[in-house]
Design a protein around this ligand. Structure first.
Ligand code: SF4
Length: 358
């Protein structure tokens, strides 16, 4: 495991803490959840911000905080309503876990949010990062956050050449982040390092010329800012091809809820066939085929093609016994966008927006 190129001594730790905190006082980044002490709202904001940019997550936080102002109100909500409110934000397991954890708090913990790191970490969907963030922001507990921003700041400042996606990296960077955490003000320190990584020591264009850590930053001194942090070669995304059948019958269409362990569990979709097929495979004459719509997920690249099929009003009932209709419910086409949560790629088709792969 490559060691930092600068020795981590008390002087360097004090330099890092002081300059980071001073920077954050001079560069405030107002957010609705900053200064919030309600652990429920802090947890909500942190779950929404997982793998999501602040600008994208902000309106979702506001919608959730307004509709479900307490953990009990979230616990009492219907899962479909929670999924609908989450629609468009992606990573839907977050919404399912949020809802399950709210029920757990309401039913098993008497509605009282856990007050320890371990208790918060035990909630469904809460990893070490979120537990540290909630523990420090809500209860002032000394647990250092470690996310992509923090990895980058630490790798650059200390000149660490460990592959950040290697098995040993998490242990090394967690220990370092914890050592640097200012025990006198863990919330302010955690907030400062996250904001600093997001706005100053950024992935694409680090603002080294105005950086208060520059004089001790190993990456800057060794001209390695663009190289660090190091990562192994990029993830290969699994390619999937979905064919959706939008079967129109008497002004209605057929939709079903996704179940099982695949992506988008709990969201709705049209009857779907995965893999290469032709419009002619469906054995109906009136069919319209869309252009491909694409959606990139962390591990998968999904291409969706939509077939619009118009069934005659008096089509024989036996048609609906086809396995394609299994688990489907028949709804008025006008209701499609009202209270059903779809994956983004289906939303885009319904709104006729093409997502491009890049
Ligand atoms: S000098 Fe540049 S690379 Fe180093 S911490 Fe500052 S912004 Fe990041």
């Amino acid at each position: 495991m490559p060691e930092p190129t600068s020795p981590i001594n008390d002087r360097l730790i004090a330099f890092f803490r002081k300059n980071l905190l001073d920077w954050s006082v001079q560069n405030p980044r107002p957010m609705p959840w900053k200064g919030e002490r309600d652990p429920y709202k802090i947890w909500l904001s942190e779950i929404i911000l997982q793998q999501t940019r602040v600008e994208q997550g902000l309106p979702y936080y506001q919608k959730f905080a307004a509709k479900y102002p307490s953990v009990r109100q979230l616990a009492d909500a219907q899962e479909d309503d929670v999924m609908k409110l989450w629609e468009g934000l992606g990573y839907y397991s977050r919404a399912r876990n949020l809802h399950a954890a709210a029920k757990h708090i309401a039913n098993e913990l008497n509605g009282v949010f856990p007050t320890t790191y371990e208790g918060i970490r035990a909630l469904k969907g809460v990893g070490p990062y979120t537990a540290s963030a909630v523990a420090s922001f809500a209860f002032g507990l000394p647990h250092a956050v470690l996310d992509g921003n923090v990895y980058r700041v630490l790798a650059r400042f200390f000149g660490i050449e460990t592959l950040t996606d290697s098995p040993s990296a998490q242990k090394q960077f967690t220990a370092l982040a914890q050592k640097l955490l200012d025990p006198g003000c863990p919330a302010a320190h955690n907030q400062a390092i996250m904001d600093f990584g997001a706005t100053c020591c950024t992935a694409q264009q680090a603002r080294c010329t105005v950086c208060p850590l520059q004089s001790e930053c190993q990456a800057f001194l060794m001209d390695k800012v663009a190289e660090l942090p190091l990562k192994s070669k990029g993830l290969v995304k699994k390619k999937r091809l979905f064919h959706y059948l939008i079967i129109n019958h008497q002004g209605h269409v057929f939709v079903r809820k996704r179940t099982g362990k695949d992506i988008w569990r709990g969201l709705w979709e049209f009857p779907q066939v995965e893999g290469p097929v032709q419009a002619s495979d469906f054995g109906v004459e009136t069919i319209r085929e869309s252009a491909p719509f694409k959606q990139l997920l962390t591990h998968q690249a999904v291409t969706a093609v939509f077939f619009e099929i118009d069934l005659a009003d008096d089509v024989p009932a036996v048609v609906f016994q086809n396995p394609l209709f299994e688990g489907c419910k028949r709804i008025d086409r006008k209701e499609l966008k009202k209270n059903i949560a779809f994956p983004r790629v289906i939303d885009c088709y319904l709104q006729n927006i093409v997502l491009t792969l890049n």
